[in-house]
Design a protein around this ligand. Structure first.
Ligand SMILES: NC(=O)C1=CN([C@@H]2O[C@H](COP(=O)(O)OP(=O)(O)OC[C@H]3O[C@@H](n4cnc5c(N)ncnc54)[C@H](O)[C@@H]3O)[C@@H](O)[C@H]2O)C=CC1
Ligand SMILES: O=C(O)C1=NCCCC1
Length: 312
């Protein structure tokens, strides 16, 4: 009989998952995913169950990495919350399986995994696509993803200035007080992104908040919110003037309102750039449209479980 699953709490995941270990593993997984002839990565597009009554959805995100023998699924509920709501917008649990036996080896918190792996993938996009001499980082939104993006971007790169905007100034101010380094608070998106080299959009918006006319030519945008086919964070001008990169083409054309509704063409997956089969057009304005992938959770969960076992 299989052992019962271990339970790995949020504070433990936080202490076990580090960007320096996570980023290289995500790069390998993204590269394998984008190899057209590879049967090594099995990841269906996320299944979503709408929770209309609560303005949210349940997302089911299974993945199997054959070579590494990692079988995993995340169960994630996401809600659009009213401004000022104290309810969480994301609740997630990750299940790691023994692929041969079929039992669940570990049940772990998925919120820290979601925050860190999403930010780590955005950092990979920036490493590949941001202008060579990037000095100004602007973060639009001031929630959980804003903080994980702040942490990995300041750990990985050396920006001279970091700015934040949120729809409520108090939230942006609270965010700026919570960060290790200095962050300036801006009252309008237009001013906040003026001259920015890298812009991270991590809002719960379903209408555009970032407009192409405000974005410096050559800037890199990591667009993380707007994960439904009818939600937007970026306007048509930006989507059409930029070279658009995605985590998964299949996911992007099924789920991204910014891509579907603007009619923008996807230039490449990040994995294709990592594999050297598509170029990184660093000198152009670039958008990385992130939707999140089961394989990102799977490699994160494996890492957490390995580290947990080392300690127990
Ligand atoms: N691409 C990916 O892999 C993932 C994407 N996400 C997305 O990232 C976004 C942020 O997630 P969290 O930081 O966890 O949420 P959060 O609830 O912690 O923070 C959301 C932020 O967006 C702001 N916001 C909400 N509605 C807005 C609106 N209509 N206009 C402007 N700002 C608005 C809030 O004030 C807050 O600052 C969400 O859209 C979520 O769906 C989340 C997880 C993974
Ligand atoms: O990839 C994820 O995890 C999520 N993506 C979109 C919003 C919910 C969580």
């Amino acid at each position: 009989m299989a052992e019962p699953p271990v339970l790995i709490r949020q504070d433990e995941v936080e202490g076990l998952l580090h960007y320096k270990d996570l980023i290289p593993r995500l790069e390998v997984a993204l590269g394998k995913f984008s190899k057209l002839d590879s049967a090594e990565v099995i990841q269906p597009v996320r299944t979503t169950v709408p929770l209309q009554k609560y303005n949210g959805f349940l997302g089911l995100m299974p993945a199997y990495l054959v070579h590494e023998d990692i079988l995993c699924t995340k169960l994630v509920c996401f809600y659009k919350r009213e401004s000022g709501s104290t309810l969480p917008s994301t609740q997630a649990t990750v299940l790691l399986f023994d692929p041969e036996y079929g039992n669940v080896k570990a049940v772990m918190d998925g919120e820290v995994i979601t925050a860190k792996r999403t930010a780590a993938v955005s950092a990979i996009s920036a490493k590949l696509l941001m202008p060579a001499k990037s000095e100004v980082l602007t973060i639009l939104g001031a929630g959980h993803q804003a903080l994980s993006h702040y942490n990995v971007f300041t750990e990985t790169f050396s920006f001279k200035e970091v700015r934040v905007w949120s729809r409520r100034k108090e939230t942006a101010e609270r965010f700026a007080q919570s960060t290790q380094g200095h962050v300036t608070v801006w009252e309008s998106v237009e001013e906040a992104v003026n001259g920015a080299d890298v812009i991270v959009t991590v809002t719960g918006a379903s209408e555009p908040v970032l407009f192409g006319q405000w974005v410096k030519p050559g800037a890199h945008v990591a667009a993380v919110g707007a994960c439904r086919p009818d939600w937007r964070e970026l306007d048509d001008v930006l989507m059409r003037q930029a070279e658009v990169y995605v985590d998964s083409r299949e996911g992007a054309v099924a789920e991204s309102g910014d891509i579907i509704l603007s009619g923008a063409k996807v230039f490449a997956e990040l994995g294709e750039v990592l594999n050297g089969t598509r170029p990184a057009l660093r000198e152009k304005t670039t958008v990385f449209k992130s939707l999140g992938m089961g394989i990102q959770d799977a490699v994160s969960a494996k890492l957490v479980f390995e580290q947990w076992k080392n300690k127990h």
